[in-house]
Write a protein of this length. Structure first.
Length: 201
């Protein structure tokens, strides 16, 4: 679809320019400086609904009280997003990040259809490079190497987020005994109060 829309003869851009009485321009897929941004835009358009489908239920499940407490504390919109929304969806964002990084590096069919990796090697992805080496040149060891690189890149992309989450988990664990102790003290006070209450029968 994108190859048809961006074609220099029948593309939507050419139609709009001719409708305005302007000369037709070459397809951005054939320009070295525009090919990669165009492919990135097409891929973003393709995966954006999936990301919204994954994140929206998690956002809507945040209790209303959290938003109200943040509003009463005087937090701005960005502050509410930072302190309420992001902590609530952080595990899901981590999983979606892994999915997007792996999908971006493994992009194959759309790039092959739109540019074939060109012009030159401007839009060559690891998956397309693997396909070219394995099936065109019949060099299977080199063709299998990008798979390992893709796996390493996915792990590296999520390791900073996982490292940032460890201190918060440790802090929550450190606060737990104090809260339990406070609850225990309250329960003992309640028990003593009940024991000393006069009962009339």
């Amino acid at each position: 679809m994108w190859h048809f829309l961006l074609a220099s003869e029948t593309g939507l851009l050419t139609f709009g320019l001719q409708w305005l009485g302007l000369p037709a321009q070459p397809s951005p897929l054939g320009a070295r400086g525009l090919a990669l941004p165009t492919v990135v835009f097409a891929e973003t358009w393709r995966v954006a609904p999936l990301v919204a489908f994954l994140l929206l239920p998690s956002l809507t499940s945040i209790p209303r009280e959290r938003w109200e407490d943040a509003w009463l504390d005087g937090l701005s919109t960005l502050g509410r997003i930072r302190h309420v929304a992001i902590p609530a969806i952080a595990p899901l964002v981590l999983a979606v990040t892994m999915l997007l990084v792996g999908g971006a590096l493994a992009t194959f069919d759309s790039v092959l259809t739109m540019t074939g990796g060109g012009p030159g090697s401007a839009t060559l992805t690891p998956a397309l490079y693997s396909y070219d080496k394995a099936f065109t040149v019949c060099n299977w060891p080199i063709g299998a190497t990008p798979a390992s690189l893709i796996s390493a890149a996915v792990l590296l992309s999520v390791s900073p987020a996982a490292a940032l989450r460890q201190p918060s988990v440790a802090a929550a664990a450190a606060r737990t005994p104090a809260s339990v102790a406070r609850l225990g003290g309250k329960s003992k006070t309640v028990h003593r109060t009940i024991a000393t209450m006069p009962f009339a029968f």
